[in-house]
Structures are given as structure tokens and as C-alpha cells.
Design a binder for this molecule. Structure first.
Ligand SMILES: *Cc1c(COP(=O)(O)O)cnc(C)c1O
Length: 434
């Protein structure tokens, strides 16, 4: 497998280099040089395959000989060890539950796969990999749990003090082993600025082998294609083959993976990108102008992104045929008030509780289905509702079940080092805790 930068189609790097660099020097994003359709035999077999089997076939097809077959199979069986069931709510409305991994959010797919790929490529005797990650909540948990116990790696998480939910904080701070948490007296942007500055600091780069775990890494995108194929396999078993996916979108990695699956031959009638008030992409579909803006805060805060970093990948996939993009994809934005209402509507209609991000996707899907009868709709549930307890009021709040793994966190000891937001303190911490 070779990858190019979206800013330089003539470039070509190996999968290993793309994973460790995360982002090309030219600030583009890595994309596979070849995205071929999977063979017919794969689609014929599809209804019979399990999620790990599908994941292996798709990854092997895309990665080619970048990782030998047996190693890849072991890696995938280790990374993809939880379910992604499609649950029927009513005729032609299904929810794809992506929150059955360790951090209870779909980011587990990307983080677990990436951590294992990085560890696989670290050769004997190589310097320990130091992963720095800034988080506003969900990413940190997935990355921490993804790398927990992975040999020859260490993760340093920076999170804004007092600005993540209790459960998120427990997921960040109770791991021990090769994971350490820093609570920064500042905002998420301050945390991100510290990480960025560390990457360009000579002394730190001399002392450590630094890498990032953010969502632009190609090794986080690839595993997210797996659950689209697996959802389709489940629908085929129910006799459904005309399918639309609705994806709650922030940085547009999740829907980008769906489009990558489509490029590999997954037959999808429509992708709907549902956003909160951060409507850069919906506005683009309306006006034809792509204009990033500062993010605004909403109750679906994992989607508070004004300049979606993965949009460059989507634009690149359709660079030769912008019309095809408009045919295949729609995008709609919803307010916090509509999100609260959607949470209530889903609860009243199906006795089912969704997180605010998922609620927006349900609303966008069912709005779309009004004018598109006969197409089976799947909306992606990106996180377990228990991660966002402040959003719900009674009676829904008491209906949110808290999984055992989360209840168990409460009795664990929290470890976070407090730092203020200046770079000198952060750098000093890293150097004196090498
Ligand atoms: C990260 C996240 C999203 C947004 O996904 P993107 O891939 O950035 O579009 C949506 N919902 C939840 C719960 C998330 O954590």
C-alpha cells in the first residue's frame, strides 16, 4: 500500500510512514493511492461473515502487503473485540450502535486499531513511542484505553480542568500503567496548543519519539470502514439492501470512512451528514462555498468543529466529480433545541435513549426519509448516553443505564497532574518525568 498527500498527488509513502507521521509535511492528509472495489466474491460472502472477518478482508484489501496476512488477522482480532450491532427501531429505521467498546464511543475502533498498528511497526530495540493527545473528552478515553498495556508505548493525555464529564475524567485518569493524565488549567484549545508546540520543540524531539493520535491519522480512518460493511451485512440478513446511512459529524472522519467504504464498492443510496449548529458543511452544500468558521458550543460537544479536518479527504475523493458528491451526500444542521426534542422523540417513540450526537442523526435521517420512502435508514450511534449525563432530564435521565465497566471506574483512584497552561511547565514536566 502507498499513500499520497492530498496536497501533493505525486507523493507516495508507505503505510508505516503515514501512520507514524500522521500528517504530511505539506499539511495535506494521507490517502491511499489505490482504492479498488472489493471482489464480488466478498459481497457474496458478506451476509455470512462476522465483524472481525469483515474487518480482516477489508483491511487486507486496502493494506495489501503492508502487514502480512497472519499478523494482520491477529492484530484485528485483538483490536476489534466488541460488537457493532444494528438494532431495529421501526420498519426501515435502524440504529448502528458503535458504543460497545471500552470507552463507550465509536472512537474505540480507530484508537484500538491505530495503537496496535503502531506497536506492530515498532521494531525490536526501537525507542519508546510517546503519544501526546489533547482531548475535549471522548478522544482521550479511546486513545488511553486503546494504548493501555501496549508494549513500548506511553500516552500523555492533556485535558482541560473541569471541562470534561465525570465519566470521561475517570476514563482518562484511572488507567495507570503506560497512561498518564495532565489536567491543564485552561481550555481544550490551550491543551491542543501545548501538544502542537511540543511537536516543534527541538529539545523534546531530541529526548522523545513523539507522535500524535488525533483523528487525521489514516490508521484511525481505515478501521471505521469495517462497521459500515458489517452493518450492511446485518441488513442483508434482514432482506434489506437499499440503504442510507446518517452520520453525526464533527471532524467528518466517521462519514469519511463511510465514503471510503462506498469507494470500495459498498452499495449505499445516500449518506447524510448530520451536524449541530457548526454548519460549515451544510452551508457548503447550500452555497457551494466552503468557509470554515470558529466553532460554537452546543450540547453535542464532540461535534463542535468549525473547520472539519477530514473534509479535505472527502473533497479529494470527489475531486474529479463534484457532481457525484452532491448526488451521494447531503448535510443538515440542527439546533440544541431540536436536539433536546429529538432525544425526547426517540425516547417516546421507541423507549430508547440516545446521546445528543446520535439524536441529531436520528432527526436528520427521519426528516430525509419523509421524501424517500422505501429506503432503509441506518443512523450511527456514536456514544453511549451515559457519557453525557448533564444533557438529560427526568424521566429520561433515570432510564440511562450505566454499564458495569463504568460503575467499576468510580472505585478506582484518580491520578492527574495539575499544570497551568504555559508551555514551559509542560515541557519541564515531560523532561523531568522521562
Ligand atoms: C468524535 C465524535 C463525533 C464526531 O465524529 P467525526 O468523525 O469527528 O465526525 C460524533 N459523536 C461523538 C460521540 C464523538 O465522540
Amino acid at each position: 500500500m502507498k499513500l499520497y498527500s492530498t496536497n501533493n498527488p505525486a507523493s507516495a509513502v508507505s503505510f508505516k510512514d503515514a501512520v507514524f507521521n500522521s500528517m504530511p509535511q505539506d499539511k495535506g492528509l494521507y490517502m491511499p493511492v489505490q482504492i479498488n472495489c472489493l471482489p464480488n466474491s466478498f459481497f457474496e460472502q458478506l451476509p455470512k461473515l462476522t465483524l472481525p472477518q469483515i474487518a480482516f478482508e477489508v483491511a487486507h484489501h486496502l493494506l495489501g502487503d503492508a502487514i502480512p496476512e497472519n499478523d494482520l488477522r491477529n492484530l484485528i482480532n485483538d483490536a476489534v473485540n466488541f460488537d457493532a450491532p444494528v438494532v431495529k427501531l421501526q420498519e426501515d429505521v435502524y440504529v448502528l450502535e458503535l458504543f460497545h467498546g471500552p470507552s463507550l464511543a465509536f472512537k474505540d475502533f480507530g484508537a484500538r486499531f491505530m495503537s496496535r498498528v503502531m506497536s506492530y511497526f515498532l521494531e525490536e530495540g526501537e525507542k519508546q513511542l510517546d503519544v501526546l493527545v489533547a482531548t475535549s473528552g471522548d478522544t482521550g478515553g479511546a486513545v488511553a484505553l486503546g494504548f493501555l498495556g501496549v508494549p513500548n508505548t506511553r500516552v500523555t493525555i492533556l485535558y482541560p480542568k473541569g471541562k470534561v464529564s465525570d465519566i470521561q475524567e475517570l476514563q482518562l485518569t484511572t488507567n495507570g500503567q503506560n497512561i498518564r493524565a495532565l489536567q491543564i488549567d485552561g481550555t481544550f484549545d490551550d491543551c491542543q496548543a501545548l501538544v502542537k508546540q511540543a511537536f516543534v520543540d527541538d529539545e523534546l524531539n531530541e529526548a522523545f519519539r513523539l507522535t500524535s493520535a488525533n483523528s487525521i491519522n489514516i490508521a484511525r480512518l481505515i478501521p471505521q470502514t469495517f462497521y459500515y460493511f458489517n452493518a450492511y451485512a446485518q441488513l442483508l440478513r434482514e432482506g434489506k439492501s437499499n440503504v442510507a446511512f446518517c452520520v453525526p459529524s464533527g471532524n467528518f472522519g466517521n462519514i469519511g470512512a463511510g465514503l471510503l467504504a462506498w469507494k470500495m464498492g459498498l452499495p449505499v443510496a445516500k449518506f447524510i451528514a448530520a451536524t449541530n449548529a457548526n454548519d460549515t458543511v451544510p452551508a457548503y452544500f447550500k452555497t457551494g462555498m466552503y468557509e470554515p468558521k470558529p466553532s460554537v458550543q452546543t450540547i453535542a460537544n464532540a461535534m463542535d468543529v468549525g473547520n472539519p479536518s477530514n473534509w479535505a479527504r472527502i473533497a479529494d475523493m470527489f475531486k474529479e466529480d463534484a457532481e457525484a458528491l452532491k448526488q451521494l451526500v447531503e448535510s443538515h444542521s440542527y439546533t440544541d433545541e431540536q436536539t433536546h426534542q429529538a432525544i425526547k422523540d426517540v425516547y417516546n417513540s421507541y423507549d430508547y435513549v440516545v446521546c445528543p450526537h446520535t439524536a441529531i442523526a436520528w432527526r436528520a435521517l427521519t426528516d430525509w426519509q419523509q421524501n424517500h420512502p422505501g429506503i432503509t435508514g441506518v443512523f450511527l450511534s456514536t456514544a453511549h448516553p451515559c457519557k453525557f449525563p448533564d444533557v438529560f432530564s427526568e424521566p429520561i435521565a433515570s432510564k440511562v443505564d450505566v454499564p458495569e465497566q463504568v460503575r467499576a471506574l468510580a472505585s478506582r483512584e484518580k491520578h492527574a497532574v495539575s499544570l497551568n497552561k504555559d508551555f514551559a511547565s509542560f515541557k519541564n514536566y515531560l523532561l523531568s518525568n522521562g
